[in-house]
Design a protein around this ligand. Structure first.
Ligand SMILES: [Zn+2]
Ligand SMILES: [Zn+2]
Length: 301
């Protein structure tokens, strides 16, 4: 009997200030991997967890078999920014987040590709390449930054696979293996990549494989969405509560070219009247996710 290779599954976890507790809850949900914010996602303040706290988290995740650890960088980071001050603040914050990731023994840091703010696609890509080259020189090799695809709103880059490929290809040769990609299913949908049928979903993966390369994909953010295909809007919904078909998500999650990928839910967590997370509800939702990521086997095998 051969063991079928499959994606590792996890979810984005709110931590408050309690990272170890978040890892324990993730484990109870059935997570094999985890994503967290290491600092305020809507602020400029860099992450500042001390050595002891980071070691405790790394130890807890190791004990629980949770790997890889993924950090999501703050949303304000814009490596494509034409504004010098904004660009430098972005470089500093992503550098600090990668350094914190190393302390947490996180393997990946996901960040949004950014916006050229009217300066043009080529200028935006050049800015990102210059910023990444600088950041990679100052951060540990153990942590890989991942470009996350976007919905293509306004002047934002990264909705087209060609943008992601261009950024990686323009990096110095020795840096190209140090950067990967994260694809978010709600962002794919918002950008017009059709995940309706098994066939259309395989076509999306074919395109990604041809343009960027399937091995560059390290993380999938798995979200449903209620907004229209190609709407350039980014709204996350729980699986089955939006309009992305479960057939499409199942096809993506079981694609034999993507078994090395870590798939993470970023779906809204149900809360009670006091705003407390309903983890029992989320556990059932996670089971649905696990079922979607399972390849149907024939009973004779
Ligand atoms: Zn994101
Ligand atoms: Zn995402």
């Amino acid at each position: 009997m051969t063991v079928t290779e499959k994606m590792r599954l996890g979810r984005h976890m709110p931590t408050g200030s309690q990272m170890v507790k978040a890892a324990e809850i993730a484990h109870e949900l059935g997570c094999e991997a985890i994503q967290i914010f290491a600092s305020n996602p809507t602020g400029w303040k860099p992450p500042e967890h001390g050595v002891e706290e980071c070691t405790a988290f790394a130890h807890a995740t190791h004990q629980l078999g949770i790997t890889p650890i993924v950090l999501h960088a703050p949303y304000l980071i814009n490596l494509a920014s034409p504004d010098a001050q904004n660009w430098e603040k972005s470089i500093l914050l992503l550098t600090r987040t990668l350094q914190q990731a190393a302390m947490l023994e996180a393997r990946y840091v996901v960040f949004h590709t950014g916006s050229h703010r009217g300066a043009g696609l080529e200028a935006g890509i050049a800015r990102i390449v210059q910023a990444l080259t600088q950041i990679l020189a100052e951060t540990p090799q153990t942590v890989m930054p991942l470009l996350e695809n976007g919905v293509g709103a306004g002047h934002a880059l990264g909705d087209k696979f060609e943008h992601l490929a261009a950024i990686i290809e323009q990096l110095p040769a020795e840096d190209q293996q140090r950067v990967g990609v994260c694809l978010d299913t709600a962002h794919l949908w918002g950008a017009g990549h059709d995940l309706t049928t098994a066939e259309s979903t395989r076509h999306v993966v074919d395109c990604f494989d041809t343009i960027v390369g399937a091995t560059r994909l390290k993380v999938l953010h798995v979200n449903d969405t209620a907004v229209a295909l190609g709407s350039h809007r980014d709204v996350h919904a729980r699986l089955g509560e939006g309009i992305i078909s479960m057939e499409g998500l199942h096809t993506l999650l079981t694609d034999p070219r993507l078994t090395h990928v870590t798939a993470l839910l970023e779906t809204p967590i149900q809360t009670d009247e006091q705003g407390k997370e309903d983890w029992e509800h989320d556990k059932r939702h996670f089971e649905r996710f696990q079922a979607l990521a399972t390849v149907a086997t024939q009973s004779s095998m």
